[in-house]
Design a protein around this ligand. Structure first.
Ligand code: SF4
Length: 473
């Protein structure tokens, strides 16, 4: 996943652009990038692991008078991409995931298009999108062509001489929200970037909507679709607590998730509730509110250095980050029974090796783990949250139980079946914990507060949607 920020202003907007982009740092860990338009286009990309990219950007653009710009925090490819084309020159940033990227790029190469940017995952997704747009009769037609051709999801910002084009993914899986302050109009993936910069939210874009922003005008070029499939994981884990999507705050949803778990856990006997930092904390607060058990911090994160653990590109780095970032507090854990709230369990290895083991080593008496969402059963096809079946602890459990990999896992999706119970017991033993109880899909959806048909729940039930290359419903 990546985070996008764009701004058009009547006066210099360098600070809005840099801080606005910086507030998306939790969305990716590879590159920070900006493109600005003064007399000409300039773009700057920094590896986030190397330096404080915010200071570097200030250094990059201090001589320029910036009234238009786009920024991106990317978890995979270098962006923005700048291209000259029949439609004029433009810069583009994207977020999403495209399943058929290889096929699309090979089709373009067959027509003589060359690619200049490189990616660990074959070709740079943003460059492929830029080339598709540039091969059309207008930028709007180009964006519509992107929506027709891709399998997966893509939201984008295009900085051109006419203004800032903004397009939200055709199914609305990734967020794009419009805001306004005294001097400027901005668009972001995460509304936590608006608050301290004085932006008031205007509205979320519709799925598939395309707009053009100028200094004092927002023009709708394509109204978009009524049907949506917004990523439910935004509220559970990937989004920032201070961000709202569709007007629903992420921290509040997490509290509701914790409360729902506690309501199904009436007989639990424990000394206190704790969360795995950061996103498990709000779930734990909700659980504590509903269960009346005290909330305590059994684990703290060394925040000056460590960000999220799933975003580093290699498993080695992910594990190292997970191992180092959480520090248990022995004086709190020793001799106590704990309920531990976690946003989700993907592989389970980090929870087992770097959380549970540390708590046992500190003298925990019992460890009851409560993930805030149901078991993750399918890898994300739309935004890179999880990438393959083999990464999922649920699939490892099923393989062990069945003695082989099986295609049809329907019986493991329903929490009332014996197969589901067996899978949970296998995971519990593997994690070496006292008890394990997951959230139900119904409770998670109710905690979010949108109708089920408006949410993407593919991770949990494998239900995709038409046009996503995954037409299981
Ligand atoms: S598959 Fe999961 S992570 Fe991916 S968009 Fe859907 S809900 Fe979000």
């Amino acid at each position: 996943m990546s985070g996008l920020f764009g701004v058009i202003s009547k006066s210099d907007c360098s600070e809005f652009l840099i801080y606005g982009t910086d507030y998306h740092t939790h969305m990716g860990s590879e590159y920070g990038g900006l493109a600005v338009l003064d007399k000409d286009f300039s773009r700057y990309i920094h590896k986030m692991s190397n330096a404080n990219f915010r200071d570097r950007f200030f250094e990059n653009i201090k001589e320029l008078k910036i009234t238009k710009g786009i920024g991106c925090i990317s978890d995979l490819d270098e962006q923005p991409i700048y291209i000259k084309s029949n439609l004029g020159d433009f810069c583009i940033v994207t977020t999403g995931r495209i399943e058929n990227i290889k096929e699309l790029s090979e089709n373009l190469m067959g027509t003589g298009v060359c690619f200049t940017e490189f990616s660990k995952d074959y070709v740079n997704m943003t460059e492929v999108i830029a080339r598709i747009v540039a091969s059309s009769s207008s930028i709007v037609e180009g964006i519509k062509k992107v929506f027709q051709k891709i399998k997966g999801s893509c939201s984008l910002l295009i900085l051109s001489r006419e203004g800032l084009y903004v397009a939200r993914d055709y199914h609305g899986r990734t967020s794009l929200i419009l805001g306004k302050n005294q001097d400027s109009i901005a668009v972001c993936s995460e509304t936590c970037s608006f608050t301290n910069l004085g932006y008031k939210t205007i509205r979320d874009l519709n799925p598939g909507e395309i707009i053009l922003i100028n200094q004092d005008e927002i023009k709708t070029l394509y109204e978009g679709e009524k049907k949506k499939k917004i990523c439910a994981f935004l509220w559970i884990y990937t989004g920032f607590p201070a961000s709202d999507y569709e007007g629903i705050n992420s921290e509040i949803v997490r509290e509701r998730c914790g409360k729902a778990l506690a309501k199904r856990d009436k007989d639990i006997k424990a000394d206190f509730v704790a969360g795995v930092p950061d996103s498990g904390i709000a779930h734990a607060i909700g659980y504590a509110m509903a269960s009346k058990l005290p909330f305590r911090r059994a684990l703290v994160k060394y925040t000056p250095t460590y960000g999220r653990s799933y975003t580093p590109p290699s498993q080695f780095l992910r594990d190292l980050t997970a191992k180092m970032k959480l520090v248990p507090i022995k004086e709190i854990v020793n001799g106590n029974s704990l309920v531990i709230l976690e946003d989700s369990i993907v592989r389970g290895t980090q929870l087992k090796n770097f959380t549970v083991e540390k708590l046992w080593n500190c003298g925990a008496k019992e460890i009851h783990v409560r993930p805030a969402c149901p078991p993750l059963m399918f890898p994300c096809l739309y935004c890179n949250a999880t990438r393959t079946n083999s990464e999922l602890v649920t699939r490892r459990a099923i393989k062990e139980i069945e003695g082989k990999e099986i295609e049809n896992i329907d019986k493991y999706l329903d929490y009332t079946t014996p197969q589901y119970a067996k899978m949970i017991e296998w995971i519990r033993k593997d994690l070496n914990i006292t008890s394990l109880k997951y959230q139900t899909l119904e409770d998670m959806i109710e905690a979010i507060g949108l109708p089920e048909q408006d949410l993407c729940t593919f991770c949990w039930n494998g239900k995709g949607c038409k046009g996503c290359g995954n037409e299981t419903v």
